[in-house]
Design a protein around this ligand. Structure first.
Ligand code: NAK
Length: 191
């Protein structure tokens, strides 16, 4: 474990201080604080003038990376591998690629790209909600399609979920997707 020094101060809302006490582990790495079981807390820079009541961990760091907090919800499909459904870092939520799996069964809603798109966007909505964000706070998405011929069908469904101004977006046809999915979408939202 690297030594920590410097000016960054990590703050936890007083109301969440009790949550932290129940955590099983609290580890620090150079420029990064990891708390297992992750629930809402955040840090602020020394220049912040917030006047709310906080519990201050007074962790100093020589890095500006900040705290990384994993978001987890049972209302969206569990991660299929070594990744988090989403990670909060500072005021940004990074949502992993989401598939059209039904959370309760872990199976695709159907083989149909329209159904998978609807399901994955609902799943994404749950992850965004769990992370304190929403469709309207998404600033960037990446769509990965098994077949770019599905572009039009996907656009029609996608447009129902994201209000204008739409997120920036990139769309690709890829060689293959996990579990042979028809579509996967990842996103970045502001908090
Ligand atoms: C599905 C997914 N996000 C992954 O990385 O396997």
């Amino acid at each position: 474990m690297a030594s920590l020094c410097g000016p960054t101060c990590f703050m936890i809302p007083a109301t969440n201080g009790g949550l932290l006490r129940h955590r099983t582990s609290l580890t620090t790495r150079r420029g990064c604080l990891s708390v297992s079981g992750g629930t809402s807390f955040f840090h602020t820079s020394p220049s912040s003038k917030r006047s709310l009541s906080f519990t201050c961990l007074s962790i100093s760091s020589d890095s500006r990376i900040g705290i990384k907090e994993a978001v987890e919800t049972e209302k969206a499909p569990a991660a299929l591998g070594p990744y988090s459904q989403a990670n909060k870092v500072n005021n940004i939520l990074f949502v992993s690629g989401v598939l059209g799996l039904v959370p309760e069964t872990g199976k695709f809603v159907s083989d149909n790209v329209e159904d998978q798109t609807e399901q994955l966007l609902k799943n994404m909505g749950e992850i965004l909600k769990a992370g304190g964000a929403s469709y309207s706070s998404v600033v960037k998405t990446t769509i990965m399609l098994a077949d770019l011929k599905d572009f039009k069908k996907v656009n029609e469904i996608y447009a129902k979920y994201f209000p204008a101004p739409f997120p920036a977006r990139s769309t690709y046809q890829v060689a293959a997707l996990p579990l042979d999915a028809k579509i996967e979408i990842e996103c970045i939202a502001t908090l």
